[in-house]
Design a binder for this molecule. Structure first.
Ligand SMILES: [Zn+2]
Length: 231
């Protein structure tokens, strides 16, 4: 790895997505000198099976949970865009918000959801239907990275606000059936699990999957499809 400090944005649809998708990598690379920042696109207000749950209180709670998890992993900041949970559209509104953040923070790398439709599958795992917000966010992030954030004629009002074009150099997609990068997270697995269970509105620290992962040391890897963007 270059000795230059590298910065990365992790852009997830919901509070907890960064931990599940890339928490072990965020912790490991932070320890190696990378600087991570999070962007959470939605307010997470539908993340409960309890119809009587107060949505506003849930939004607050999930933001606090996300801040706690990020802090554990060494993340420098969390930005909440606050779009309604479950209603994300890959439209100009979201694109402009993402491009503004890329132009402001100028990350070397971006981590986000695999945007391909329908299938979410870890290598060797069972397929799931990808959440619509995950697909919309993944697509919008890729559109924002290339070519929109790079080229000055997109969102020209940004220029007056001091947001200059920016070229992201690497994109890492989690949940891709075409993963081509395996990151060893044995050293940070417990930290990843600690961060995941900060999201106590979503998962119990005593959930059988958490306990099993703590005992077995699995999963010891995170998988990404890496896209390197040429100069
Ligand atoms: Zn999610």
């Amino acid at each position: 790895m270059s000795r230059l400090k590298k910065t990365a944005l992790v852009i997830g649809a919901h509070p907890d997505d960064p931990e599940f998708g890339a928490g072990g990598t965020v912790a490991a690379w932070s320890q190696q000198g990378w600087e991570f920042h999070y962007v959470i696109v939605t307010d997470g207000c539908k993340g409960t099976p309890d119809a009587s749950q107060d949505a506003c209180l849930l939004i607050q709670k999930r933001q606090q949970e996300q801040q706690s998890a990020a802090k554990l992993l060494g993340v420098h900041s969390v930005t909440f865009l606050g779009l309604p949970d479950g209603e994300v559209q890959a439209d100009q509104n979201l694109l402009e918000k993402l491009v503004a953040i890329l132009r402001k923070q100028k990350p070397y790398a971006v981590f986000t959801h695999n945007p391909e439709p329908l299938e979410f599958r870890r290598p060797g795992g069972r397929p799931h239907i990808a959440h619509r917000d995950h697909r919309a966010v993944g697509q919008s992030v890729l559109d924002a990275v290339y070519p929109v954030a790079r080229d000055p004629h997109y969102f020209p009002a940004h220029h007056a606000a001091g947001l200059t074009p920016h070229k992201v150099r690497e994109v890492y997609l989690w949940g891709s059936p075409q993963a081509d990068l395996r990151v060893d997270i044995r050293q940070t697995l417990q930290l990843k699990l600690d961060a995941i269970v900060q999201h106590e509105s979503q998962i119990s620290k005593d959930h059988p999957k958490i306990l099993k992962a703590r005992r077995s040391g699995r999963p010891s890897y995170e998988y990404f499809r890496r896209i390197r963007i040429s100069l």
